[in-house]
Design a protein around this ligand. Structure first.
Ligand code: NAD
Length: 418
């Protein structure tokens, strides 16, 4: 179902969020060793991983959770027996003893939970992609900037040692003039079993699901367990693989190269791998143009995984290559890791370099920032830029034409195909 009234509805929702947002309470200042009390909205698959990550950090407690599905609240009781559970996120935000909130709801709910959390005066960790649309990304960035809240985005590659090393090589000038960044991501599943398709739990029934909360202002429709569990497959709730995976990779390159939002985008592809009723494409080629004579391409398939995930920053003096899950064609050896290869034409004496820096734990970094009030490794600005780039690509696919930043902003809410 296509969302035609998105813009009006979102603005109404944003206004309601501000109205809901009790005035910003003076933040209780946490000392370096003070206990951080967390709440979570949407502890599903990813949210439960986040809880485990957070509870590994010393002196962190999960005190509250809200989920639209009773099963998730029961599951989290195994991880944090003392946490209070609700089926309405506002009850978590009402609690005075919540310092920071993790948001891991489906994409179309992020903006609402982001804005409500900030308005309630809590610090925020919001899963990627930061928002479902460009318009929402702008509203969230604005709200975060106006507040004194610590906001971190679930773009964990921003805490990678590979980013630190790539930035250093770029700063050292050994990559030269960069005109092209080529990136890809590939996966495979047994034939007949589409990527991302989840089994519907037996108790996923209207009695156990807050369906209105899930719809989050989308046009009313009868309860649909498939859409609730497999929201990723439908445009109304998702941005497909561009917001699920491309966003991590473009955020990594954008940060390494300090790129602004793209000036234009083109995306082609389709539902080619498994025609299982999904709306979002499984085969994708994206081209993003940046204002400073640079083009970034990303390609993705769900029908072949041989070359895993990769990012190559192609410069006149050298190449930075980041690989994960890629195998050498002949030996089958894993090629994962970060390397620098000199270009003989301009660096005859250059040598191959390997990344050395260790990853930081992304959740530990966020919790540290809640205490220190510093900016997390993945701040709202990279959440914003990567979200805008992803939505420009999707808009181009859905409109079947190249979009510029200006036209994308004018049609800011996800628009139907023409
Ligand atoms: N950073 C990463 O590597 C990474 C990995 C996986 C997923 N994610 C992101 O995490 C988010 C969640 O993905 P998932 O796979 O865990 O989905 P999921 O469906 O497993 O979990 C979402 C949870 O939100 C609940 N929910 C839905 N609407 C709600 C509402 N209005 N209020 C409260 N709860 C609500 C659902 O019941 C469910 O438990 C997505 O944005 C996804 O892109 C990030």
């Amino acid at each position: 179902m296509i969302d035609t009234n998105g813009r009006r509805r979102f603005l109404k929702q944003a206004a309601a969020s501000t109205a809901f947002g009790l005035s910003l309470p003076a933040s209780s200042v946490l000392g370096a060793n003070d206990r951080v009390r967390l709440g979570i909205i949407g502890p599903g698959s990813r949210g439960q991983e986040l809880i485990k990550d957070a509870l590994k950090v010393p002196n962190v407690e999960l005190v509250a959770m809200a989920d639209a599905f009773t099963l998730r609240l029961e599951q989290v009781k195994q991880l944090a027996p003392g946490a209070r559970g609700f089926n309405d996120h506002r009850r978590v935000l009402d609690m005075k003893d919540v310092d920071a909130v993790l948001v891991a709801t489906p994409l179309h709910c992020h903006a609402r939970h982001f804005l409500d959390t900030i308005a309630a005066g809590k610090d925020l960790y919001c899963e990627k992609t930061m928002t479902w649309s460009i318009e929402e990304a702008e509203a969230c960035r604005e709200a975060a900037k106006r507040s004194n809240r610590v906001v971190g985005i679930g773009l964990q590659h921003q805490s990678s040692g590979e980013l630190a090393d790539a930035k250093q090589w770029l700063k050292d000038g050994i990559v030269g003039k960069i005109t092209h960044v080529e990136t890809w991501m590939s996966r495979n599943t047994p034939r007949g079993k589409g990527q991302w398709v989840r089994q519907i739990p037996a108790d996923c029934t209207p009695a156990n699901v807050n369906w209105d909360a899930f719809l989050n202002g989308r046009p009313k429709r009868a309860f649909d367990a498939n859409r609730f569990i497999n929201w990723r497959l439908f445009w109304e709730f998702s941005g497909g693989n561009v917001t699920e995976n491309m966003v991590h990779q473009i955020a990594w390159s954008m940060r390494a190269l300090d790129l602004p939002v793209p000036s234009s985008a083109y995306m082609s592809g389709g539902v080619f791998s498994e025609k299982d009723g999904r709306e979002v494409p499984d085969t994708i080629a994206v081209t993003l143009d940046f204002p400073n004579d640079l083009v970034l391409t990303w390609q993705s398939t769900f029908s072949n995984s041989r070359f895993g995930i990769g990012d190559r920053i192609l410069g006149s003096h050298g190449t930075i290559e980041r690989l994960a899950g890629s195998n050498d064609m002949v030996t089958g050896r894993s090629l994962s890791g970060l390397r620098y290869y000199p270009e003989k034409a301009n660096r005859a004496d250059g040598v191959l370099l390997e990344g050395q820096s260790k990853d930081q734990d992304h959740m530990t970094n966020f919790i540290d920032c809640v205490r220190s009030r510093k900016e997390p490794n993945a701040p709202v600005e990279i959440g914003y830029r990567s979200a805008v780039a992803a939505h420009m690509a999707n808009l181009s696919y859905r409109q079947k034409q190249r979009v510029t930043l200006e036209t994308a902003k004018q049609t800011a809410h996800n628009q139907p195909a023409r």
